[in-house]
Ligand binder design. Structure first.
Ligand code: HEM
Length: 413
């Protein structure tokens, strides 16, 4: 609490005046802010409805209502300049725009609705039993061990086993982790974290260019169907590779992080662990609240349209990036009672912003939920006691909140 106050006092350079947002001199991607995101979230959220983040020359919002507004309204806030900090329209941009995430409606709506046919709830439900079988096997193995790492041995092992099967791609676990690290660092600034991730991945770039081509797709998976649809003219020519990539980029780290956060809270709070054991069908509520509470996708970006935009009484310049602090919005006391407390009896589903909102809301939400329900449900059915076996550690990533290790101890009934 003390440090929150100190950071605020020294960092707010100007307060609200004549429609200009207050200026905040904090670097959200510095090591201290990534280590303690809650002080940064507090500062962004409580300073003003929208702030000017001085170190990057961008706007930022952290309140639930404004975050929802910015993410939902493409007529004021576009994704066509990229959902990261960098403006991908810049001729020197290091990457091309993604054909789903970085296009606005109506172009986006056509691609999205075709993808939603390939990834319909009926299709996704068919994978449920595969998720459940794998979860049962994994939980049995971990029960035999007694102590294990909830992040690497459980969440990472599970997601990297089942998720590639849905996309229909064979992929090495280490590569998944390293590319994920680069992806979520690259959405932020090109700081040391980014360059460290980039150096690790650089030798693998030729592999990355090939991995998502048609030849790499297993028949029947989402990936192969996306290529079929491209051939049939449903998706514009040349977009299939980008569509498969966005699934790959969106589907691993976020789900791994969310499952680990749920386990972290269950191990720390015997009350909620017993509550889940009483009825394992509560696993979905535990997962949703864990996502609200720590929000894996911490920050996404939009850009004001060229003519500028307003938020409440503030006028924003055109063509400026705006950071949407999802983690801050999910702890906004205007929206949630005692937001810092983990309480899976809250009704958060569809209200928290961890999966985004509006046209670009997460397309893999149901897959992530079924994965989490399978694994947390198997835990609740088969495990008697679940406790911490040491302190959890966090991996610092520019735009992702995630653990690097979660030591756990379990006993069988
Ligand atoms: C707990 C797990 C997950 C979290 C927290 C999460 C979070 C998000 C968020 C915040 C967005 C919105 C981005 C924006 O508005 O800029 C998003 C979009 C997206 N997610 Fe997820 N995601 C998760 C799992 C998945 C999975 C498993 C997949 C793959 C099947 C996936 C694929 C996508 C795609 C394709 C989009 C872009 C949708 C569009 O632009 O229309 N996500 N996700």
């Amino acid at each position: 609490m003390q440090s929150t106050v100190r950071i605020e006092m020294t960092s707010i350079l100007s307060t609200v005046s004549n429609g200009t947002p207050a200026v905040l001199d904090m670097d959200p991607f510095s090591i201290p802010c990534l280590e303690d995101p809650f002080s940064l979230q507090h500062a962004v959220r409580e300073t003003d409805t929208v702030v000017w983040l001085k170190p990057y020359g961008i706007y930022a919002v952290g309140r639930h209502a404004e975050a929802k507004d910015v993410l939902s309204d493409h007529t004021r806030f576009t994704t066509t300049a990229g959902v990261g900090l960098a403006d991908i329209r810049d001729p020197n941009a290091w990457r091309v725009k993604n054909p789903l995430l970085e296009v606005d409606p109506p172009e986006h709506s056509q691609i999205r609705s075709a993808l939603m046919k390939i990834m319909s709830p009926i299709v996704i439900r068919r994978w449920k039993s595969m998720f459940e079988e794998e979860a049962e096997l994994l939980v049995s193995r971990l029960l035999e061990k007694g102590t294990f790492d909830g992040l690497t041995d459980l969440a990472e092992t599970f997601v990297t086993t089942v998720f590639p099967r849905t996309v229909g791609i064979t992929i090495d676990r280490e590569k998944v982790i390293q590319f994920g690290d680069l992806n979520f660092n690259a959405n932020g600034p090109q700081n040391e974290l980014y360059w460290r991730a980039f150096e690790k991945v650089e030798p693998l770039l030729p592999w990355f260019d090939d991995a998502f081509k048609r030849e790499g797709m297993t028949p029947g998976g989402i990936g192969a169907q996306i290529y079929d649809a491209e051939e049939a003219g449903i998706f514009p020519k040349g977009t299939a590779v980008g569509l498969v990539r966005v699934l790959f980029r969106g589907g691993f780290d976020t789900t791994i992080s969310g499952i680990a956060f749920a386990l972290q809270q269950l191990a720390a709070h015997p009350r909620w662990w017993n509550w889940l054991r009483e009825d394992w069908r509560r696993a979905g509520a535990v997962f949703d609240e864990a996502l609200r509470h720590q929000s894996p996708a911490q920050v996404m970006f939009r850009t004001t349209v060229p003519e500028g935009a307003t938020i409440g009484s503030h006028s924003l310049e055109g063509d400026k990036k705006i950071a949407v602090f999802i983690g801050a919005a999910n702890r906004d006391p205007r929206r949630w009672d005692k937001p810092e407390i983990f309480d899976p009896t809250r009704d958060v589903s569809g209200a928290h912003l961890a999966f985004g909102v509006g046209a670009h809301a997460c397309l893999g939400l149901l897959i992530a939920k079924f994965e989490a329900e399978a694994v947390l449900g198997a835990f609740a059915r088969r495990v008697n006691t679940l406790e911490p076996d040491g302190k959890p550690k966090y991996r610092l990533v520019n735009t992702l909140r995630t653990l690097s290790s979660l030591p756990l101890r379990v006993t069988a009934p």
